[in-house]
Each structure stands twice: as structure tokens, then as C-alpha cells.
Design a protein around this ligand. Structure first.
Ligand code: 57M
Length: 293
């Protein structure tokens, strides 16, 4: 029933993010260029993938291997650029524990790659029902807008005892651009969708959230803020693992998880809105870590 719905709406999301950030962020800030590199680079990977499938009418876009290597290479570059910044802290922040923050040193680059590539693919897996990905992406971007502002403000960061990151307040502008672009897209992607975002949108938005989590030093918290993406991804991992182990049996009617509920008979809008409710609740719990520690 969805055949014929235009896709690659992610191009519009990206343009909106780029224009807003270039207009309103401080362009002498290195973090801004790193997040722009990530969102544009992953957008290009997604664009090529969509282009091959839609316009060239190939059955498959980029191979999984090529896509993964391109994603990893870009994330590696971003991780390396962050590592080169003498002010950047290679300790990882653990939510709820203010005194435990393991220093990964050079290993932080690999950690950043895992966060960015993982989030990119998790958002891509979630993007299978109208508004299901863009809603939680917008919620997560708004949450990180607050974290970025707080971490970039020395006095507030000290008061809340969170890791201060000099210059990261500018990332709040970028998160605002992500959230605004997300809301604008949701207008048209809301059920019944007039447009899908395509890989150009899902891969780049996921990577953008991963990069923001790394820069604001709230990396592990992304598991909570983006909990919905994590659960969708785990549903696929468990489903495929169980299927292989048991030679054909399944845990869910179908993975990713949203298909399971659809097959149980929930109407599509019900699955979507309930998943949004969970995303909002998780974002609120994540925000509570500013005080609960
Ligand atoms: C992309 N793409 C959507 C749209 C969107 C390993 C396996 C879990 C992989 C997974 C997969 O291929 N995931 C990646 C999912 C597709 O949406 C397009 O893709 C873009 C995002 N990359 O922007 O352009 C379809 O999703 C629907 N859609 C909407 N509204 C939206 O706003 O309705 C998307 C956005 C669209 C549209 O129908 O065409 C997708 O789902 O294909 N594979 C799966 O998800 C498949 N699961 C599966 O095979 N499960 C097995 C495995 C895990 C063992 C199982 O459980 O047994 C499902 N894919 C589909 N139908 N299409 C199966 C059911």
C-alpha cells in the first residue's frame, strides 16, 4: 500500500540542517565542522545507496560491506579530529555516576566510531513506519540540545557536576537545527506519509546524533536517549541469532520490533504513537540524570 510514496526526503532535511547551522552557528568552532562533516558525509553514503536503488533501479544499493567501510572511515576521521583537539577529554561519562569516568586515551577513537556507526544503523533500522524514526530523532536532538548547552556553560556544568566541554554550546545550535528540520519533515512524514526520508536521511540523522553524544560527553546516555533505536536493533540481533541457533524458529513475529506489533494487529498509527511515548519517557529519564547522580 506504500508503493509509489516518494523517498529521499532526507535531502530536504539535510539542506535545512546545513543552511540553519551555517547561518546561526559560530563557524570558527571546530566541533561545528566535525558534525557538519559527519551529517554531510553519511548523507552522501545514503544518497548513493538510494540513488542506485531508486534511480538506477538496482535490486540492491551499496553492498553492506561498502556501506559499513564508508561509515567507519568517516567516523574514524571524526574521532581522530576530536582526539587531535588538545581540549577534548577522552574520558567516558557514565550516567548516574559522577565519580567514575574511565579514560580510554587513543581507544576513544574506536569508541567514537562504534557510537557513530551504531547509531546511524540503528536509526536506519527503525525507519520502517511513518514518522517512526523522525519523531524519536527530533526528541533525542532536543534532549541533546539541552545537554550541549549545559556542558558548554562552565558555571552550569560545574553546578550540575557534569563534564564541561568548552565550545560545545555551539552544538546546541546544531541540535536545534536537527530538531527543527525533524519537525518540518514530520509534517509530511506523519501517517499516512507523503514522503519517506530514505537512507540519505536515516543514516545521516543517526550519525549526527552519535557525533553529538560523543562531543557533549554524554556518549553512554545515548543508550537511554535513543533507547528506542537500541531496542529495535536488539530485536533484529536476537531474532537473527535465535533463528540461526534454532534453525528457523523466531522470537518475534518479525523484526525490527515495529513489524512484530503490526503483525499482532496493532494499527500502524498506534505502534508509532506508542513508540513516540516511550521515546519521550526515555528522554525525560535521561534529562533527570542532570540532577540524579
Ligand atoms: C531499511 N527500510 C524500510 C524508506 C526509508 C536485517 C534486517 C532487519 C534488515 C531490515 C532492513 O532492510 N532495514 C533497513 C528498512 C523501507 O523504508 C525505506 O528505507 C528507508 C530507510 N532506510 O526512509 O525509504 C520501507 O519501510 C516503510 N516505511 C514507511 N514509512 C516511513 O516513514 O512505511 C519507511 C519509512 C518502506 C516503507 O514500506 O518501503 C523497510 O522496512 O524495508 N529488514 C527489514 O526490516 C525486514 N525484516 C525482516 O526481514 N525480518 C526478518 C529477519 C530479521 C530475520 C525476520 O524477522 O524474520 C522487513 N522489511 C520490510 N517488510 N519492508 C520485513 C517486512
Amino acid at each position: 500500500s506504500k508503493a509509489g510514496t516518494p523517498t529521499m526526503g532526507g535531502v530536504l532535511i539535510l539542506l535545512s540542517i546545513l543552511v540553519s547551522t551555517l547561518l546561526w552557528a559560530n563557524l570558527t568552532n571546530a566541533y561545528i565542522w566535525i558534525v557538519l562533516l559527519i551529517v554531510t558525509g553519511y548523507g552522501c553514503i545514503g544518497f548513493v545507496d538510494d540513488y542506485l536503488m531508486l534511480i538506477k533501479k538496482q535490486n540492491q544499493g551499496l553492498s553492506a560491506k561498502t556501506k559499513f567501510f564508508a561509515q567507519a572511515a568517516l567516523a574514524l576521521l571524526a574521532g581522530f579530529l576530536l582526539y587531535l583537539n588538545p581540549d577534548f577529554d577522552t574520558r567516558v561519562t557514565l550516567p548516574f555516576f559522577k565519580h567514575i569516568s574511565p579514560d580510554l586515551g587513543l581507544g576513544y577513537i574506536v569508541f567514537a566510531v562504534l557510537v557513530i556507526v551504531g547509531t546511524s544503523n540503528a536509526v536506519n533500522l527503525t525507519d520502517g513506519l511513518d514518522g517512526l524514526a523522525i519523531g524519536p530523532v527530533t526528541i533525542a536532538a532536543t534532549t541533546y540540545m539541552i545537554f550541549a548547552y549545559v556542558a558548554g556553560h562552565a558555571r552550569i556544568a560545574e553546578y550540575l557536576q557534569i563534564t564541561p566541554v568548552a565550545g560545545c554550546g555551539e552544538i546546541a545550535v546544531y541540535c536545534g537545527a536537527l530538531a527543527g528540520a525533524g519537525l518540518g519533515f514530520l509534517w509530511f512524514n506523519a501517517y499516512p506519509a507523503q514522503v519517506f526520508m530514505g537512507d540519505v536521511g536515516s543514516l545521516s540523522l543517526g550519525a549526527a546524533l552519535g557525533a553529538v553524544a560523543v562531543i557533549t560527553k554524554q556518549e553512554i546516555l545515548l543508550v537511554l536517549v535513543g533507547g528506542l533505536f537500541v531496542v529495535e536493533t536488539l530485536s533484529v540481533i536476537f531474532q537473527v541469532g535465535f533463528f540461526k541457533l534454532t534453525h528457523g524458529r523466531r522470537i518475534f513475529k518479525m523484526a525490527p520490533l515495529h513489524h512484530h506489533f503490526e503483525l499482532k494487529g496493532w494499527p500502524e498509527p498506534k505502534v508509532i504513537v506508542r513508540f513516540w511515548i516511550i521515546a519521550i519517557a526515555l528522554a525525560l529519564v535521561a534529562l533527570s540524570t542532570l540532577k540524579l547522580r
